[in-house]
Write a protein that binds this ligand. Structure first.
Ligand SMILES: *[C@@H]1O[C@H](CO)[C@@H](O)[C@H](O)[C@H]1NC(C)=O
Ligand SMILES: *[C@@H]1O[C@H](CO)[C@@H](O)[C@H](O)[C@H]1NC(C)=O
Length: 288
C-alpha cells in the first residue's frame, strides 16, 4: 500500500511539474535521427554512392551539442559541428517559407520541385522532433537527454540555436532565384495582413544571410486561404510586403512578387476542389 502511495504521489508531482515545463525530448530520438540519416541518403544519392556521410558521426555531433547541458545556455556555436558534419550543397531551387509550413512542403515535393530547409539533410533530421539536455543528468547512467521535460517558452527559447543556425546555413547556400512563400491570410491583432513578420526566422536569419552576389532574384510568393476576396488577394501591395521589398532591396537584392500563382492554388485546392475559390480554371477558360 505504501509503495502504491509513493508511486501515486510521485505521479502527482510529475504531472504538476509537467504542467509547468514543456514536453520532453522525443523518445528514441537517437534511433530516429540515425534512421532518417540513412533513409535520406538512400533517397537522395542511392545505396551505391561512395559519398555517404557517416551517420554515427552526425549523431555524435548532434548529441554533443546539447546533451548534459542546460538547454537555456546553448548558443549557435554549439550546433556548428553538427552542421559541418551534415554539410550542405548549393541550393539552386531554394524555397523559404514563413507561416506556410504545410503548403511549402507539398510545393517543394521533397526537394524534387524546390528545396525547403526540411528537404536538406540537417533540416530533415531535426524536423518535428523535440530535444533538450539537462545539466543534472549523470554521465554514467544516462545519455544526457531529458525525456521528461524541456523548457517552456516562458523559461527560454532553447530551439533557436539549432533552427536559427539551420536557417542561417540554408540561406547562405541559396543560389540563383530564391523563393519565399508567405501567408497573405495572416493578420496582426488589428486585422491587418502581415505576410512578412519582422520577428520571423525568415526576417531574422534568412534574408540577412542571402549572398547578394549569388542570388539573382528574391521571388516572393504570397498565398491566401481566403478564397476570392479581391481586397485580400493583393498581398504583394500590403504594407508588410512593401517593407520586405524595401529590406531586400536595401541589401542589394532584386525582388519580384506574385499573388497566388496558379500552381500554388492547385495545391491549396486539392482538399476542396469544388469550392467557389477553386473553380478559377473554369472561369479562366470561359474568359479566354
Ligand atoms: C495562413 O495562416 C492562417 C492563420 O494563421 C492559417 O490558418 C493558414 O493555414 C495559413 N495558410 C497556409 C497556406 O499555410
Ligand atoms: C539542476 O539542479 C539544480 C540544483 O539542484 C536545480 O536548481 C535545477 O533546476 C536543476 N535543473 C533541471 C533542468 O532540472
Amino acid at each position: 500500500m505504501s509503495f502504491l502511495f509513493v508511486v501515486g504521489s510521485l505521479f502527482l508531482l510529475n504531472t504538476i511539474e509537467l504542467s509547468v515545463a514543456g514536453e520532453g525530448s522525443t523518445p528514441k530520438i537517437k534511433e530516429i535521427v540515425l534512421g532518417r540519416c540513412y533513409e535520406y541518403q538512400l533517397n537522395t544519392i542511392g545505396p551505391e554512392a561512395d559519398n555517404w556521410k557517416d551517420c554515427n558521426e552526425i549523431w555524435e555531433a548532434f548529441h554533443q551539442a546539447f546533451a548534459y547541458k542546460n538547454p537555456c545556455t546553448l548558443a549557435f556555436d554549439d550546433y556548428q559541428p553538427f552542421f559541418d558534419a551534415t554539410g550542405m550543397q548549393e541550393l539552386t531551387k531554394s524555397l523559404f517559407w514563413s507561416g506556410t509550413h504545410k503548403v511549402a512542403q507539398v510545393y517543394s515535393d521533397s526537394g524534387d520541385r524546390y528545396t525547403t530547409l526540411e528537404d536538406t539533410l540537417a533540416g530533415y533530421l531535426g524536423n518535428g522532433l523535440t530535444w533538450c539536455g539537462n545539466e543534472n543528468l549523470s554521465r554514467s547512467d544516462s545519455d544526457g537527454i531529458d525525456y521528461n521535460s524541456c523548457p517552456d517558452w516562458s523559461e527560454c527559447d532553447y530551439t533557436t540555436p539549432f533552427w536559427g543556425l539551420a536557417s542561417t546555413t540554408f540561406a547562405r547556400h541559396a543560389r540563383g532565384i530564391a523563393r519565399v512563400m508567405l501567408n497573405g491570410s495572416r493578420v496582426d491583432s488589428n486585422g491587418k495582413p502581415v505576410p512578412y513578420r519582422e520577428d520571423s526566422f525568415f526576417a531574422k536569419y534568412e534574408l540577412p544571410n542571402l549572398q547578394v552576389n549569388k542570388v539573382s532574384e528574391l521571388r516572393i510568393v504570397v498565398v491566401h486561404n481566403n478564397g476570392p476576396n479581391k481586397r485580400l488577394r493583393k498581398g504583394c501591395y500590403t504594407a508588410s510586403i512593401r517593407m520586405l521589398k524595401k529590406h531586400a532591396r536595401n541589401r542589394g537584392l532584386k525582388v519580384t512578387c506574385y499573388d497566388d500563382p496558379n500552381d500554388v492554388r492547385h495545391i491549396l485546392c486539392t482538399d476542396d476542389p469544388f469550392s467557389r475559390k477553386c473553380l478559377f480554371l473554369l472561369f479562366n477558360s470561359w474568359r479566354h
